[in-house]
Write a protein that binds this ligand. Structure first.
Ligand SMILES: C[S@@+](CC[C@H](N)C(=O)[O-])C[C@H]1O[C@@H](n2cnc3c(N)ncnc32)[C@H](O)[C@@H]1O
Length: 354
């Protein structure tokens, strides 16, 4: 086991946030599977792994096992979608009753392929759902030691207040997420990650980076953002700019909507709609516009040169927003990879192969 290489397969791989982080930690990712073929270009361009377009629910364990290099330590990673689903034509065919199926398919693939290590990332409220309990039972029945917790991404150097359920399981020995790399005094900020980007206007685009483009704003929204201060709320605007949805609600739930984020702290969670000024506190701290696609990707800790589409093609807001907002932040994924490496090394040192 000492000299075996660690190889991973990424189920529901998207454009590769999780894969990229695992690769950075030294794990060889051999394949990613996703039903959305539009992810292929970015996935393969920025990673060494191969992309397979397909429905994970139809995959067989033996197909996965055929992809791992001989004698490798096998990691099965995945970030099953949490709701059905987004905009791709094939995804529209998935019915609400199918909601649990991606995670059930993941559990079945664990049973069929018995990887050495399993890791999963998902939304926090999955923790209380029966489908998660059943996933845990599958792992325990098959001899895995399991660790899971709600993880706050700034603790791992991500400049974004994202909370996610992270699970690690191993048949080789103990496993858990490495301790936080950043204390709250060391949290990475919006300024550190997007402060030096070229200035662009709402509706504008950088000439050097096709992904540094910001959605246009209506005249009302231009006025709203001009009146917004970082971390402020719509309650500070002139009355005529406040919309009926703001007035109806107490403001408790919706106070961030049409807000500007601040420079000096991690950003709000980057959702699939982060390029939309009205969908959250997604206003740029200084410029009168929503975040650009590149800014969202940087706050998800994708490297600045992560490519989304072939040269000369347009990057579209809806698809890129979905790819970026759905991703596991690369730095969090890198720490998941580091945790796997550490656990494998510890297992190798306590149980040397005769
Ligand atoms: C949360 S995203 C994964 C993000 C990815 N792990 C990353 O870090 O970039 C979930 C992905 O599951 C894909 N998906 C949904 N249903 C699927 C299915 N039945 N088979 C394969 N992929 C599926 C979606 O297209 C989406 O890309």
């Amino acid at each position: 086991m000492n000299s075996s290489k660690i190889a991973a397969i990424d189920l529901f791989c998207g454009i590769g946030g999780l894969t990229h982080g695992l690769e950075r930690s030294g794990i060889e990712v051999v394949a990613g599977f996703d039903i959305d073929g539009s992810c292929k270009y970015a996935y393969e361009k920025n990673n060494s792994a191969r992309f397979f377009e397909g429905d994970v629910r139809k995959l067989k364990g033996e197909e996965l096992n055929a992809l791992y290099p001989e004698n490798s330590i096998k990691v099965l990673a995945g970030c099953a979608p949490c709701q059905p689903f987004s905009t791709g034509a094939k995804l529209r065919d998935v019915k609400p009753k199918d909601e649990k199926e991606p995670l059930q398919a993941f559990a079945r693939l664990v049973r069929e392929s018995l990887p050495d290590i399993v890791t999963m990332e998902n939304v926090t409220n999955l923790r209380n759902r029966p489908v998660f309990k059943s996933f845990l039972n599958t792992l325990k029945r098959n001899g895995y030691r399991v660790w899971y917790d709600i993880v706050f991404a700034p603790n791992y150097g991500v400049p974004q207040q994202r909370r996610r359920l992270v699970l690690l399981a191993s048949r080789l020995g103990e496993i858990s997420l490495v301790p936080p790399t950043h204390s709250r005094f060391e949290y990475q900020t919006v300024l550190q990650y997007i402060g030096s980007l070229e200035k662009i206007e709402a509706g504008g685009r950088s000439s050097s980076d096709p992904a540094h483009k910001a959605r246009n704003l209506s005249a009302t929204n231009r006025n709203r953002i001009r009146m917004s201060r970082p971390n402020g709320t719509w309650k500070e605007w002139d009355k005529e700019l406040v919309s009926s949805c703001h007035v109806r609600k107490s403001g408790h739930t919706y106070k961030s909507v049409y807000g500007r984020m601040g420079w000096d702290a991690p950003s709000p969670t980057i959702t699939t709609e982060f390029f939309n000024y009205g969908s959250g506190r997604f206003g740029h701290p200084e410029q009168d516009r929503a975040l650009s696609l590149r800014e969202g990707a940087l706050l998800q800790t994708f490297p600045p040169d992560y490519e989304f589409v072939p040269e000369g093609e347009d990057v579209f807001f809806e698809s890129a927003g979905r790819w970026i907002g759905n991703a596991v932040p690369v730095k969090l994924a890198e720490n998941i990879g580091a945790s796997i490496m550490k656990s494998v090394q510890e297992a190798a040192s306590t149980k040397p192969i005769p």
